[in-house]
Design a protein around this ligand. Structure first.
Ligand code: HEC
Length: 192
């Protein structure tokens, strides 16, 4: 290969790479401003149906961690998976903190009674108590939220409603998990 041919080849490769880069630049939307990142327009999940996409989002979104009591403990400690028929039924053990006491809602009952539009509004507003990860719902695209809605509705109603939340200062009359930093009760000897 002469040095001239090598030059031509290198030049052609450079042009091809430049063309590809400019193509990518054209097909990509301009960088989002901070205000725009509140809603995510891009779609990344492809699934056979909305219900399938919703099942996947619920699994990776960690929704079962709180809304399905025993789900994490079962998988982590005994390897026993909670049957899907029992998912998202909420629980009677509250989470207490400066917000009072919140209970993981029985989504199988509450979401059934919402229209898709109401579910989207509730998720976007995110005005509920911790430790519900409201920012995670707020960051989802409308399509993701619609898929989660479709999945929860597909599970059908089951169980009983979670107890009503308590305001700060009201003593809970049932078990609750305190979300308040605790001081260690035993002194760890300091090594000299
Ligand atoms: C760390 C625990 C936790 C996780 C994880 C969690 N939630 Fe929640 N969720 C709660 C609690 C507690 C409430 C009740 C909040 C309140 O009292 O305002 C709640 C409330 C809700 C509500 C409102 C229901 C109603 O009846 O008003 C929806 C909808 C919801 N969660 C959906 C989800 C979805 C979808 C996921 C997964 C992406 C999820 N949650 C993950 C704890 C959690």
């Amino acid at each position: 290969m002469t040095s001239q041919t090598a030059n031509i080849r290198a030049h052609a490769a450079f042009l091809a790479a430049a063309a590809l880069l400019s193509l990518q630049a054209c097909s990509r939307p301009a960088a989002a401003t901070p205000a725009e990142t509140a809603t995510v327009p891009a779609e990344y999940i492809t699934a056979a149906s909305d219900v399938e996409a919703g099942r996947y989002l619920v699994k990776i979104g960690g929704c079962n961690d709180c809304h399905t009591p025993g789900y994490v403990e079962g998988l982590a400690m005994t390897g026993k998976a909670m049957p899907e028929a029992d998912w998202l039924m909420g629980g009677d053990v509250g989470f207490s903190g400066p917000w009072g006491v919140s209970y993981p809602a029985n989504l199988r009952l509450s979401v059934q009674n919402m229209t898709e539009e109401q579910f989207l509004e509730l998720s976007r507003a995110g005005r509920g108590r911790p430790p519900m990860p409201w920012p995670s719902l707020q960051a989802m695209s409308d399509r993701d939220l619609k898929a989660i809605y479709a999945y929860i509705v597909s599970l059908g109603p089951k169980g009983h409603p979670a107890p009503a939340a308590l305001s700060p200062g009201v003593a809970p009359d049932r078990p609750h998990i305190p979300f308040v930093p605790q001081m260690p009760t035993t002194q760890v000897p300091v090594k000299s």
